[in-house]
Write a protein that binds this ligand. Structure first.
Ligand code: TRP
Length: 332
């Protein structure tokens, strides 16, 4: 039976604090998949160093990201949760696949272009080959499905191209992965500029709400959320700020837009924003509590990492030996 389950792979960088956008758009949905699929979730610390990191912060965030996965409800027994740098096969396969990836393909990646502008003083080779490492992440585990946001679609498309190219050059080696769009997935926008995606790397601290923000911060940020000059809480074109707040409120309460409009009939934006802030804070409180407890037990987190790395290594080694045989390396 176990064999028939499809494999899902995804990764989150341990850089910056995870936002409610990451939570609603990704992690929260993952918990619903843990029985139906063979799920592998990776903390991609090797991707994080494509931009400069403060070592102590990178280390702390690696623990934190794992703890957030678990606090959000991902069971480390049911899912393989691990840290990328603990499985050397990622770097090995990335080298191999780099020789099946064209300079032109990597040059066309929009994220590379964006990041080169943003980090003009550090346009390193890793930033350029980042999508090859991501392809290696996915292909190592023969993933069928990869839940990624819109901003990663181009990278996933490249991973499919690399897999197909390799399979055609030799014989079937890699599963060609598909994107996975969660049914309930939501794109959460910035609170400061609601036409832009909420991002953990936004320079404006009021633009994004962290999963681990304090109750007061959460409520304050929602109070300050940019809306419009209308006064009625309703979902409509052009009301990007209100639409975004309604989406967030809907995700956390399960209420549909009509119910929300009725609930706030005759009330102003102030009341609505306060209700959203309080609801989000209330809903995140149990996650925060679990997170705090997990962070107090580093030993347990390290046990989870070790166990996850062992499971991941086992699968990854099988793929590597298959790939190396096909390429023509001498196996011993
Ligand atoms: N590049 C992804 C991001 O920044 C993170 C990532 C790395 C990833 N490897 C992956 C996502 C493999 C999905 C699958 O969001």
């Amino acid at each position: 039976m176990e064999q028939q389950k499809k494999t899902i792979f995804s990764g989150v960088q341990p850089s910056g604090n995870l936002t409610i956008g990451n939570y609603l758009g990704a992690i929260k949905n993952w918990t619903a998949l843990q029985d139906e699929y063979n799920c592998i979730y990776c903390v991609v610390d090797m991707h994080a160093i494509t931009v400069r990191q403060v070592p102590a912060e990178l280390r702390a965030r690696t623990y934190e990201t794992l703890a957030v996965y678990m606090a959000a409800g991902l069971d480390p027994e049911k899912n393989t949760l691990f840290v990328q740098s603990h499985v050397p096969a990622h770097a090995v396969l990335a080298w191999d696949l780099g020789c099946y990836t064209m300079f032109g393909e990597l040059s066309r990646m929009t994220q590379f272009k964006d990041k080169s502008l943003k980090h003009a003083d550090n346009i390193n080779a890793g930033l350029f080959t980042y999508p090859v490492l991501m392809a290696a992440d996915i292909l190592l585990y023969q993933a069928d499905l990869v839940p990624v946001g819109q901003d990663q679609r181009q990278h996933l498309e490249l991973a499919r191209d690399i897999a197909t190219r390799f399979n055609n050059s030799y014989s079937d080696t890699f599963t060609v992965p598909e994107g996975y769009i969660a049914k309930t997935g939501m794109k959460i926008m910035s609170l400061a500029e609601p036409t832009k995606k909420m991002s953990k790397s936004d320079a404006n601290p009021n633009a994004s709400v962290g999963i681990l923000d304090s109750r007061d911060d959460i409520i304050r940020k929602f109070r300050r959320a940019v809306t419009d000059s209308d006064t009625v809480v309703r979902y409509a074109e052009g009301k990007d700020g209100i639409n975004n707040l309604m989406s967030i409120y809907s995700c956390f309460t399960g209420k549909d837009f009509e119910a929300i409009e009725r609930e706030f009939e005759g009330k102003g934006y102030g009341d609505f924003k306060l209700a959203v802030g309080e609801t989000v804070a209330d809903c995140l409180a149990p996650l925060r509590e679990k997170f705090d407890a997990l962070m107090k037990d580093k030993k347990y987190l390290e046990d989870v990492m070790k166990n996850g790395a062992e499971r991941a290594n086992y699968i990854a080694r099988k793929t590597i030996s298959k790939v190396h045989r096909k390429i023509g390396y001498v196996g011993l």
